[in-house]
Ligand binder design. Structure first.
Ligand code: UGA
Length: 428
């Protein structure tokens, strides 16, 4: 099939590369000429395990252009995969999606299926269709479909190729069957539903996962106070199939470009309809509080915080990515800097991005340079590299051997036995 993908962010680029791997001819379009020129040279705008090899392997089936007209006119199916970043008030900014819809209306040259993969408020499918209609000079037939994406950064290719389900929101049955053809090679459950339900499934899924995280963080905070161990509690509660063990890792809370944005957007959608979403609001509040809790734990372990040297391990919002959008690290580091701390930091992938937004931090080349002369190490991302670090060496290098483990990567008993002061999350 001839498929255009508009937007070469995480979703767009991974979708393009994976669909090419499934045998389709792909044109990836983005207005950012620099990104497109780099992609033509094989330079990727994001760090995603396996993506570079996948693009190389499918070089002949995947083209890059910054000319939207080309992407639209040469494709029968067009995926919209542009960003919907949050506005100040938490609503999703739909400018990019609307611009693509305008472009489709302007350049459409025959029947097209337009598949929206961007996360958009319920009802956007209708708006996309009306924008296309009002921008068409000559009338062509087209259908709009919603196909929400569930891939995770850091395991995006695996997630695309091995989905738990594919959701296709349509207004005409035959269109659903056509779109299902694209995903048949993935051998998974394909659910065809109406467009509004498909759009809502995405928000409901991300919000539920975020709820699980805030819930377990709240349980962790109670565990700390009553002397229970949240790891055990989560593992055993998760054995109940109705609960499920995944996404119950207590820690510094969720970050990234999806959960905070999508939960806030759903809160706004509900409020717009005069409904007060109490659970969703609590999910966001608890997540905010969890960041403050990390800061308080640093204070607790050191007594006073002003002027101290703090070593931060992990800046990315999660391992296996260089993405620092809404990362816990940014809030914690800024709080520490405000208190006059000297902050050293290291991340295996996110250093370049971190340098652009965090000023006044001493960026180090590895774990051990961070540890040197530090009075407290704070773990904010659970990179394997940190789990495997030589803790004896770290202890010798530190001025005061203390760890605040915001991701529960170390065994408290083991670390304390080595001579560290240690505070984790939800276990003593
Ligand atoms: C999330 C969803 O998991 C994907 O299904 C979805 O497609 C994507 O958003 C999106 O909407 O595009 P992602 O943001 O890449 O994916 O990352 P996750 O692996 O879900 O992690 C999100 C945050 O939750 C991270 O900060 C992580 O550290 C935190 N987390 C995750 C926890 O604190 N505890 C957990 O048990 C799991």
């Amino acid at each position: 099939m001839k498929i255009g993908v508009v937007g070469v962010g995480y979703v767009g680029l991974v979708t393009g590369a994976c669909l090419a791997d499934l045998g389709n001819d792909i044109i990836c379009v983005d207005i950012d000429k620099k990104k497109i020129n780099n992609l033509k040279k094989g330079m990727l705008p994001i760090f995603e395990p396996g993506l570079e090899e996948l693009l190389k392997r499918n070089k002949k089936r995947i083209k890059f252009t910054s000319i939207l007209r080309e992407g639209i006119q040469k494709s029968d199916i067009i995926f919209i995969a542009v960003g919907t970043p949050p506005k100040e008030n938490g609503e999703a900014d739909l400018t990019f999606v609307k611009n693509v819809a305008k472009g489709i209306g302007k350049y459409i040259n025959g029947y097209k299926i337009i598949i929206d993969k961007s996360t958009v408020p319920v009802g956007m499918g209708d708006i996309i269709a009306s924008i296309i209609n009002s921008n068409m000079k000559k009338k062509y037939q087209f259908d709009v479909v919603s196909c929400p994406e569930f891939l995770r950064e850091g395991s995006a290719i695996h997630d695309f190729m091995n989905p738990d389900r594919i959701v296709i929101g349509i207004s005409k049955k035959e269109v659903g069957n056509k779109v299902a053809e694209i995903f048949k090679p993935l051998n998974t459950k394909i659910i065809i539903t109406d467009i509004r339900s498909a759009e809502m499934i995405k928000y409901a899924s991300n919000s539920f996962l975020a709820t699980k995280i805030s819930f377990i963080n709240e349980i962790a905070n109670i565990c700390e106070r009553v002397g229970a161990n949240v790891k055990v509690v989560a593992e055993v509660a998760g054995l109940d199939k109705r609960i499920g063990g995944l996404f119950l890792e207590a820690g510094a809370g969720f970050g990234g470009s999806c959960f905070p944005k999508d939960v806030s957007a759903l809160i706004n959608i509900a409020k717009h309809e005069d409904y007060e979403p109490l659970i969703l609001k609590a999910v966001m509040e608890t997540n905010k509080l969890q960041r403050k809790n990390i800061f308080n734990k640093i204070k607790q372990i050191l007594g006073t915080i002003e002027g101290r040297q703090i070593g931060v391990l992990g800046i990315a919002f999660k391992p296996n990515t260089d993405d620092i959008r809404d990362a816990v690290s940014i809030d914690i580091i800024n709080l520490l800097l405000q208190k006059g701390c000297n902050v050293k930091a290291f991340d295996p992938a996110a250093m370049e991005n971190a340098k652009k937004v965090l000023k006044g931090v001493h960026f180090c080349k590895d774990i051990y340079s961070v540890a040197e002369d530090s009075e407290c190490l704070v773990i904010l991302t659970e990179w394997n590299e940190f789990k495997e670090a030589d803790l004896n060496k770290i202890k010798k290098l530190m001025k005061n051997p203390a760890i605040v483990d915001g991701r529960n990567i170390y065994d408290p008993k083991f670390v304390k036995k080595l001579g560290f002061k240690y505070i984790g999350i939800g276990r003593n």
